[in-house]
Design a protein around this ligand. Structure first.
Ligand code: C5P
Length: 321
């Protein structure tokens, strides 16, 4: 049986890097948001053994290093299933782009594989397997607006942001996440006690969720609900720490952010460690104008929308469900 699903991308509305832990990972507080840009993943289980990855994009590994391969291997073992698994990746999202494409592909593979085998893993088991493969896989088991703590793998559903127009520039630069973390460690930006910064981020998110602004932070008045939520989120200081090490290295990315801002974005930021950025806009027309401006400047950009949890799961299946 063949099952096909949409593997959506994510952006990070904010990301705060904490201390380096004994296991080499960093404590992280982040707010993930799924968006409508996606790859398409097909999973087929036939006779035989082994896992085969098919993808026309040469940049996608076809061996055991592929996140889809790694999760399929674990899922087959956990389900006690046999057969030859063929995973087809129709790649539309950038590789190494900060949009969590490889992570989303893996979670899509897991769920499609369960469906193809007509077997299901308990929710806790899915989360465990997903977090073994990578820190930003579990968010894709929730969808919508998601709080990530721990190394980013401990996830909690947040009240969804209303669907908002989102422009995603994808400059053709590959930023290595481990290198970006290493640069953060090597920079003097970590001088503030990391635990204090993480606590501050936690306070900002709680204040935002409870609708109470932090003391000293002005309340946004006379605006639409979506815009108010976003402005409050930004005013409470939820930014992406990676900008501080990635922008000095790739000044063209800072310039893309300022194009988004000049084009009227409610909020613009780097996503994850980049190189994709995003800008949130009030209307589709404003988003189209911004992306046209970026493309004229030679930067590929797409206009999409943020997705609530309900939209995410409704649009997830393509066929075989
Ligand atoms: O978990 P994931 O495979 O996405 O992580 C890739 C690399 O990014 C890790 O090997 C680690 O170097 C770095 N990382 C980190 N702290 C995190 C997440 C990732 O240092 N919270």
């Amino acid at each position: 049986m063949s099952v096909t699903v949409r593997s959506f991308a994510k952006i990070n509305l904010g990301l705060c890097i904490g201390a380096r832990r004994p296991d080499g990972f960093h404590d992280l507080h982040t707010v993930y948001q799924t968006i409508a840009l996606h790859d398409i993943i097909g999973v087929q289980v036939g006779r035989g053994t082994g896992i085969e990855i098919r993808c026309e994009d040469a940049r996608v590994p076809k061996d055991q290093t592929n996140t889809c391969y790694r999760i399929a291997e674990r899922a087959m073992a956990a389900l006690g299933a046999r057969g030859r698994v063929t995973i087809t990746i129709d790649k539309r999202l950038p590789v190494q782009g900060g949009l969590g494409a490889g992570s989303g592909n893996a979670v899509a593979t897991l769920l499609a594989l369960e469906r193809a085998l007509k077997k299901t893993l308990p929710g806790a088991e899915r989360l465990r397997i997903a977090s073994e493969v990578g820190s930003d896989l579990p968010l894709f088991l929730i969808g919508g607006t998601v709080l990530g703590v721990g190394r980013g793998e401990e996830v909690y559903p947040l009240p969804d942001l209303p669907p908002t127009v989102c422009v995603v520039p994808t400059p053709e630069i590959g930023v290595s996440t481990p290198k970006a973390f290493a640069e953060w460690d090597g920079s003097k930006l970590t001088a503030d006690a990391p635990s204090d910064r993480i606590l501050e981020f936690g306070r900002a998110v709680s204040a935002w969720l409870s609708g109470k602004p932090l003391s000293g932070v002005p309340v946004s008045k006379g605006r639409g609900r979506a815009e108010t939520l976003l402005l409050d989120l930004v005013r409470t200081g939820i930014e992406n720490d990676f900008e501080q090490v990635v922008f000095p290295k790739y000044p063209e990315l800072r310039e893309v952010k300022s194009v988004l801002e000049r084009a009227g974005a409610i909020y613009a930021s780097l996503s994850g460690s980049g190189s994709a950025l995003f800008g949130l806009f009030k209307s589709g027309e404003a988003g189209e104008r911004a992306s046209a401006r970026l493309r004229r400047g030679g930067v590929p950009a797409e206009v999409t929308t943020t997705m609530t949890r309900q939209q995410y799961w409704k649009k997830f299946p393509v066929s075989g469900f």
